[in-house]
Design a protein around this ligand. Sequence first.
Ligand code: SF4
Ligand code: SF4
Length: 163
Amino acid sequence: MSDYLKTGFLTKEDIIDNFPTVDKISKHAVAISECVQEIPCNPCVSSCPTGAISMNDIKDPPKINYDLCIGCGKCVMVCPGLALFLVRKTDTLYEVSIPYEMIPIPKVGDEVYLLNRLGEKVGTGKVTKVLKAEKETQSSVITVSFYEEKLIYEVRNIEVIHE
Ligand code: SF4
Ligand code: SF4
């Protein structure tokens, strides 16, 4: 595991062991967690309509049951740490859904730069779905698609391309 407490960010090596299989993310989107700190927090657990997120103690990082997750995105929307994402594989593309707090909210069809955890541009993609926040305390959830499989482990933010 990388020393994320020193660097401030996770790497693919930190998440790969618990990452859902290609089979799991091919049926529908599945939530993944990058919440690793022991903090007293659990809105993700109470937001989940299927009971897919669990923790033994409120300070534990959440565990996601990929068999129960239906990819609705509610947990991504309510997570104050912006630590939850959705990943999906379609017939031809990969998708990542990210919590997004900037204004204006991107629109379906927008071309975007795909950013890694350091905010570096790692590719380009297109917005395929927008789930708008329902309350001020929530994030919107923006889904972007791209062709490279390796980017599902890297893309964690976006920047709309303005021509
Ligand atoms: S995406 Fe929906 S079903 Fe899946 S863990 Fe989050 S809230 Fe639960
Ligand atoms: S809501 Fe977010 S920050 Fe809080 S425990 Fe769940 S994943 Fe972690």
